[in-house]
Design a protein around this ligand. Structure first.
Ligand SMILES: Nc1ncnc2c1ncn2[C@@H]1O[C@H](COP(=O)(O)OP(=O)(O)OP(=O)(O)O)[C@@H](O)[C@H]1O
Length: 243
């Protein structure tokens, strides 16, 4: 199979109501493993993930996935708040396979393997809505994994979770990356970014302001926008003070 990498984002624009939400974003994601996208609220991180997933269509620019046609890239996205149906844990995962037309036995095996991977195999008959927040997020991960994605897009997957549940999710995500799945993770948890990511892309105002190895971006950011975000400053305070 031809390569998924590099993912080349070029002059990407998204202007849903005239005003630019994504404003000429360019970046090349060339390394396997986990890429983190960070930046202040409203920077355009979630929209970028949706554009990468194909859920939103850009108004300009392009996203290329190695030598592959975008439509052939098996992608899955996990949202901050998992949208679950009123059904069992098993059926919530099986739903993701509905379009694949698999034989019942094969579908059941795939669902079982995905639930095993996130530690929910024994809970498969329970009602999904009765799971805790952390368990629901693991279920959302299983629903993404069952489609056997090459690229998984995670939008703040641990934003509402306690440290223990966060640790479990981080272990699953690290395992996916080790197994060769390309992961792009949006997170405000900079400790998590330091633990997981190989490279970090910083967005501000719908543009990429910095991109590099996690260690150097997190410890010595080069641009004022990245420094402002990573130092926990409110950017408008900083820039207003400078003007
Ligand atoms: N589908 C959409 N159509 C129009 N505007 C949108 C859409 N999705 C998001 N926006 C707007 O785009 C801007 C960026 O939103 P986005 O959710 O990408 O920010 P973010 O960087 O993920 O922020 P946060 O850290 O707060 O989650 C916001 O002003 C938001 O209201």
């Amino acid at each position: 199979m031809s390569a998924l990498l590099p993912i080349v984002i070029e002059a990407l624009a998204f202007r849903p109501c005239g005003a630019a939400v994504i404003d000429g974003l360019s970046a090349t994601i060339a390394t396997p493993g986990i890429t983190a996208i960070v930046g202040p609220n409203g920077a355009g991180k979630s929209v970028t993930l949706r554009l990468l997933d194909g859920l939103l269509v850009p108004d300009g620019g392009s996203i290329r996935f190695g030598t592959r046609q975008a439509a052939d890239v098996r992608r899955a996205m996990v949202f901050q708040r998992p949208a679950l149906i009123r059904a069992s844990v098993h059926d919530n995962v099986a739903l993701a396979l509905a379009a694949e037309g698999l034989a019942r036995r094969e579908a059941a095996a795939r669902v079982g393997a995905a639930l095993e991977r996130v530690g929910l195999a024994r809970r498969s008959r329970e009602a999904a809505r009765r799971l805790s927040g952390g368990e629901q997020q693991r279920l959302a991960l299983a629903r993404a994994l069952v489609t056997e994605p090459e690229l998984i897009l995670l939008d703040e997957p641990t934003a509402n979770l306690d440290p223990g549940a966060t640790d479990v999710i981080e272990g699953i995500v690290a395992g996916l990356a080790q197994a060769g799945v390309k992961v792009i993770l949006v997170s405000h948890n900079l400790g998590q970014v330091a633990r997981l990511a190989g490279d970090v892309l910083v967005l501000a105002g719908g543009r990429a302001v910095e991109h590099g190895p996690a260690r150097s971006v997190l410890t010595s950011p080069r641009t004022p926008e990245a420094r402002a975000y990573l130092n926990g400053e409110l950017p408008w305070t900083r820039f207003a003070a400078a003007s």
